[in-house]
Design a protein around this ligand. Sequence first.
Ligand SMILES: O=c1ccn([C@@H]2O[C@H](COP(=O)(O)O)[C@@H](O)[C@H]2O)c(=O)[nH]1
Length: 588
Amino acid sequence: AQPNAPEPLEAPLRDLKYGQLNFLHTTDTHGWHAGHLLEPSFSADWGDYVDFAARLREKLEGEGRDLLLIDTGDRIEGNGLYDASDPKGLFTFDIFRAQHMDIICSGNHELYQQNSSENEYLITAPAYADSYLASNIDILNPTTGEVVPLAPRYKKFTTRLQGIRIMAFGFLYNFDRNYNNTIVQRVEQTIQEDWFQQAIRDRDIDLFVVIGHSAVRSEEFDMIFRAIRSVQWDTPIQFFGGHYHIRDYHKFDSKSYGLASGRFMETIGFQSIDGLSSKNSANTSPTFFRRFIDNNLYSLYHHSGHNASTFHSERGRNITKAIEEARDALSLDETFGCAKRDLWMSRAKYPSNSSIFSWLEEHVFPGVVNDTRRGDRPRLIISNTGAIRFDIFKGPFTKDSTFIVCPFTSGFHYLKDVPYNRARKLIFLLNRAGEIFETSDPSLAAWKMSPPHQLGIPEDIVVPEQLPPDHPFGNSQTPILGSVDRALTPGYTTVDDAGDDGDDTIHSPISFYRVPNCIQSVVNPRDIDLKDEVVDVVFNEFIQPWILLGLRFLGLNYSDEDVDKYAPDDNMTTLIAKWVRTNWADNC
Ligand SMILES: O=c1ccn([C@@H]2O[C@H](COP(=O)(O)O)[C@@H](O)[C@H]2O)c(=O)[nH]1
C-alpha cells in the first residue's frame, strides 16, 4: 500500500471457494492504481494486487488448479495518477502492465479521445499481445491510416494445469461517443460475422469466456449469450463485465453466469468454476462461485493465506514505489483547500447540505462559471450529474481530488439570448422526460447523463439506523454497532442473483439516494420573469446533444452552429479547482 494509505480495519470475512478454474477480475479502475488514500476498505494498491495474484497463483497451482486474470477496461480517466500528467497516462501504462493478464479488453473511456485509443493500440495491446481482445473495435492505424482491428477478435487456449479448453471474446457495449479514429461495431452485427459464427461452433471447447466492457445485465451480453446457446446448448459460459461501476452477478442459465467487479480499485472480483470438462475428462454439471473482495491488505493477506511478513515481494514493492514516485512527481498531494464536511454523490439526499450536487449548484457554478465576453448577463448553468465521479471527504482537497471528482476535459458551451420562458423548462425535460428523448433518438436516452453506478439501482435505499453523513463519526469507515456482538464498518452489502453473501467483508449497509440527470444554477436572475427576457444557456459540452434536442421539444430550433465555447480557457475540472483555491484555502 502507499505509505500514506490508511491501515485496513479488521472485519469479519467470508472465504473464497476454489474451483478447478479460478479467476481474478478488475474493471473500471480509472487510474486508481494507488488505491484509496482516505478509505481503509480500499487502501491496497496495484503493487499489492500483483502480489496477491502471485500468492494466490502459488497456492492454487500447488493444488493443481488454474488461475486466470481478467480486466474489462476503463483503466484510464478518473484519478490524478492518470489525468495529471502531460501527456495523460505517462506513468500509468507501465504501472498497469506490471500485472499479468490472461484476457483484457478496452472500455469506452479508452476510446473517447484520439490519443487514448492510440495508446491502447500502440502501448497496451502490444504489452498484452497474447491476451488483449477486441471483438468489435477497429482503429485507424496512426502510421498507415488503414482501418485495422484494435487487437485480435478472439482466442482459443487451454489452461495449463487442468487442460480446460477455452474460447474467449472481448467486447465493448454499443458505445457511440468514440472519437472518429475508432469504429465500434454494434454487437448485433459482430455476432453475425463469419469468424464469430465459426468460433462459437467449435466443438472442442469446455468453456466460453466472454469478457466485455458492458453491464452484465445488458442487451449486448444477452445477444452474445443467445448466439452461443443457439449452437452450443450445454457448454458453460462465463461472462465478465463492468461499465456500471457496481458489484453484480447475473445468472443467464444454470451453466452461464456473469460477474461485474465494481469500480475504482475498490473491488477485486473472484470467480471459480468446478466440474468443468477438460481435454482429458468429461463432466456435465459445473458449479459456479463468486466473491467480491474489498481491496485492502487485511482481505488480501487473509485470502492468500499470508501475513505482512510473507505476502509482499520485491516486485510488488517496486510497483508500490513506482506509484509513490509518480504521485510525488505529479504533486498529487498538493492541497488547494480544505472541505469542512463530506460532500456525497449518493450517500446524502439531493438537494441537501451534504450533497455534492447542491454544493456545485449553489456555490461553485455561480462563483466560477462566467465568461467576461458575456458580462453579468442572466444565465442558466446546466451540468449532467454523470460529470461528477466521486465524493469529497472532509479535509484536504488536493490536486488529485480535482481529477477524482471530475476528470473530464470537456468544457462549458453556451447558446446566447435564449427566450427565458422556454429555456426555464429545459431542466424539467432533461430530468423528467427521459422517454421522449429515448423515443426520438435511442442513443440519447436521458439516463446516460447520470452517474453510471445508479443505473442498476431503481430507487433510494435508506438505511434508518445509519449515522447521518455529517455526524463526526459518519465517514464510511468508522466502526458502528451493526449487531449486538460485533462492530461492522459501513460498506458494500451486495444483493445479486446468487443471494446476499457475495461480499468478502461483512459490512453494515450505506444509504443510497438517486440523483437527477442534470443540475442547474440560475445566475443573475434579475428581471428574469419578464416574458421577453433572454438568458444564456450554459452547459457542459458532453450534454450538448440533449440540450439541443430538449430545446427543440420546446419549440426552439438551435443547431451545433449556434453553440459557442463559454469560458474557453477552462473546463469543469479546472473551474472546480479554482473555486476551491478561492473559497476553501483558509479552511486548512
Ligand atoms: O465527457 C464525459 C464523459 C462521460 N461522462 C459521464 O460518464 C458516463 C459514462 O461513464 P463510464 O465510466 O463510461 O461508465 C456517461 O454516461 C456520462 O454520464 C460525462 O459526464 N462526460
